[in-house]
Design a protein around this ligand. Sequence first.
Ligand SMILES: Nc1ncnc2c1ncn2[C@@H]1O[C@H](COP(=O)(O)OP(=O)(O)O)[C@@H](O)[C@H]1O
Ligand SMILES: O=C(CO)[C@@H](O)[C@H](O)COP(=O)(O)O
Length: 487
Amino acid sequence: MPLVAGVDSSTQSCKVVVRDAETGALVRFGSAPHPAGTEVHPDAWWEALTAAITAAGGIEDVAAISVGGQQHGMVCLDADGEVVRPALLWNDTRSAAAAAALIKEAGAGETAAGDSAAGARWWAETTGTVPVASITATKLRWLAENEPEKAARTAAVCLPHDWLMWRLGGYGPRSEGFDPGLSALATDRSDASGTGYFSPITGEYLPEVLERTLGHVPVLPRVLGPLEAAGKTPGGAIIAPGAGDNAGAGLGVGASVGDVVVSIGTSGTVFAVADRPTSDATGLVAGFADATGHYLPLACTLNASRVLDATAVLLGVTLPELTALALSAPIGADGLTLVPYFEGERTPNLPDATGSLHGITLRNYTPANLARAAVEGIVCSLADGLAALTSLGVAAERVILVGGAARSEAIQQAIAGIFGLPVLVPEPGEYVADGAARQAAGVLLGAFPQWENSGTTTIDDGGSAAHEAVLVRYRAATATVYPKGLQ
Ligand SMILES: Nc1ncnc2c1ncn2[C@@H]1O[C@H](COP(=O)(O)OP(=O)(O)O)[C@@H](O)[C@H]1O
Ligand SMILES: O=C(CO)[C@@H](O)[C@H](O)COP(=O)(O)O
């Protein structure tokens, strides 16, 4: 019974599962927290990974390991393998102006200064995605404009999962005695597709985008095939190609065409496995790749589980108590509507937005209604993401719900009601880490193993007029505050 390890290095924490490669049975688990903030030194991820591996009983007996990681984070290395500056994460919005400029410039030719609509089409057709502040290329432009000496020192650019795999392979900064071999950096198609300088259709990097953003073409990680090994750990375990965390979750739940996966963690994501690439010039849907050779059209919000965390703190309750409060309020929270743009928003692209509460009366202003409005606000923002996906012809027959907040029955019921689709809730678990473990087993055994997800419950209430009214009121509230609507 060979063992494999799967890692989820996500925004808030690092989780490690050790599973039986053939049966998928969970053998051990460990986790460790990440620091808060949208700018994090990669060393903090390495410390959390080593702590999580220790908590999971080590990897000495593991035959293969794979890392799934938060997407888009900009990790810059110099020629000695030193981290040039703390990584800017996917939820750091300082490069919003750079994103807008890059879109406009790509439309040069329409007008001398560039045209945003033509530019958006170029990005959507060339990279699959119209850049917003989350996308790595915009962070490189921000670096070149604001820290030019650090941009010039940057010899290689990689993503969180790429950097962790490199460290697992025994590489690292020369100053700490490691081999800084930058040519050993590797990634996979799913994570490369979120950089803005890679085409998921051709599978090639786009050096012209790097010239236009960073000002030069650095060393980039080799893009591995779905079951191609990146190398070995010093202990001899095979290192699988890894994946972006959403593609990892897709693997972990065994999503196939017709399934929509909703993940509610720091980010809220709605995505589907598709056999064709998408190209959405409105920018609502990112045309990413998945970890199996297919595509992963995805809408991602900046405001998801942390809105629940903040509301729980405000109300002085635990998360399970927040769920109980939300469930005690009627559908629609007696008319209270929360627009959850607490950290600005990515989908729609409103980086400077703030949250707002609508429809307050003396009668409805209660803790229970506020808890329910927080849940419904998060779910409605994801319903807009689903609508954007289906408008591109993506099939949506059922929803598979994962992420930390999938534990909340209030979230589960609101998704079922507002989406009007059957919702499958696998038993609480770490599905990104599980997907990574499944990929590690695939590399070890030569094919993805079929592992069963046990304990899935299904909620199928067919939606309701009351839930439809919640979405109508939510859309009216967002239109009041942001009259330009979805941008
Ligand atoms: N019982 C619960 N009810 C609602 N939310 C929960 C519950 N348990 C955990 N969470 C949420 O899970 C989130 C972390 O989810 P996770 O998917 O691990 O995040 P990330 O992948 O962004 O690091 C926390 O912000 C917390 O709000
Ligand atoms: O930016 C995206 C997807 O485009 C996010 O989904 C990140 O990949 C972070 O995910 P979590 O750590 O919040 O799950």
